[in-house]
Design a protein around this ligand. Structure first.
Ligand SMILES: Nc1ncnc2c1ncn2[C@@H]1O[C@H](COP(=O)(O)OP(=O)(O)OP(=O)(O)O)[C@@H](O)[C@H]1O
Length: 265
């Protein structure tokens, strides 16, 4: 298994319980979407899998290792094998797009090579080719603060494609994109995962995109994994239970597979 969790719990420093008793196994090459309402614990789960946070309970295995049983240096090497796509990529505003994309391999390069790359981008052709896949090649030499939210998200994705990790974790990777671009971008990520036979795990608010691009869907609600189903088996009762909100007036709940209304952040 590429990811294995048993009895995993996460409580934040302020006492907020984000995840409880999560059990999960994901095999190499699987493409899995995480869906669920706001505050359900999707980001917390991805942060655990990225080893950005340590669980308070249970066992976790990532790429065959318990990250918290490793030395700090070994954990850093493990992180270099994971590509993490953020909803809002944490890119320096004045950094050029080409440098931001090439930084995907910083964890694999020597320090001198990394420093040289900051001054003089070393592999501009590959950065341009990666951006072209995401229809963004014309932004190669722009600064990150000159981009829209959706363009910045595509730079974050290009960086991870260039990194060529063994596992891609994506937190709301297309939330700032229009529906057509969002579908195209998830298609690129899925193709990459299939071509390199790597695992892709993404949280999404758009249920239609999850169903269209991911064969397996995890439903998370109030920190619990409430279903783990093939997308073909996911029906309206599961979606109704997942998105039920007792505190709000009833409104349209996303329906599968063709949604008239797509919830997005
Ligand atoms: N750093 C933090 N400190 C304290 N509580 C946190 C922290 N991060 C998240 N939480 C809480 O943990 C719970 C799960 O949050 P999380 O961000 O994982 O949800 P989510 O499903 O990703 O939500 P969204 O869809 O709105 O992004 C929420 O109750 C949230 O308020």
């Amino acid at each position: 298994m590429i990811l294995k969790l048993s009895g995993v719990g996460l409580t934040h420093a302020n006492g907020q319980v984000a995840l409880s008793d999560i059990g999960l196994e994901i095999a190499p090459g699987e493409r899995v979407a995480i869906i669920g309402p706001s505050g359900a614990g999707k980001t917390s789960l991805l942060r655990l899998l990225a080893t950005a946070q340590r669980p308070n309970a249970g066992r976790i295995e990532i790429l065959g290792a318990d990250p918290w049983a490793l030395s700090a240096a070994a954990r850093q090497r493990l992180r270099a094998r994971i590509g993490l796509i953020h909803q809002t990529p944490p890119l320096p505003p004045r950094q050029r797009v080409v440098t931001a994309v090439l930084a995907g391999k910083l964890g694999q390069w020597s320090l001198p090579r990394s420093l040289l790359n900051l001054v003089h981008p070393l592999d501009t052709a590959s950065a341009a080719a990666t951006l072209a896949r995401l229809d963004l090649s014309e932004k190669l030499f722009e600064h990150c603060d000159q981009l829209s939210g959706g363009q910045l998200q595509r730079v974050g994705i290009a960086r991870v494609l260039y990194q060529e990790p063994e596992l891609i974790l994506a937190d709301e990777p297309v939330s700032a994109m229009d529906p057509v671009l969002a579908g195209h971008t998830l298609g690129v990520l899925s193709e990459e995962a299939a071509r390199r036979d790597i695992t892709l795990l993404a949280s999404l608010h758009a249920v239609d995109l999850a169903l269209a691009h991911f064969p397996r869907i995890l439903g998370v609600r109030a920190g619990h994994l409430i279903f783990d189903l093939p997308s073909a088996a996911l029906g309206q009762p599961e979606l109704d239970a997942l998105y039920a909100n007792e505190q709000l007036q009833p409104t349209a709940v996303p329906t599968a597979p063709h949604l008239p209304h797509i919830p997005r952040c």
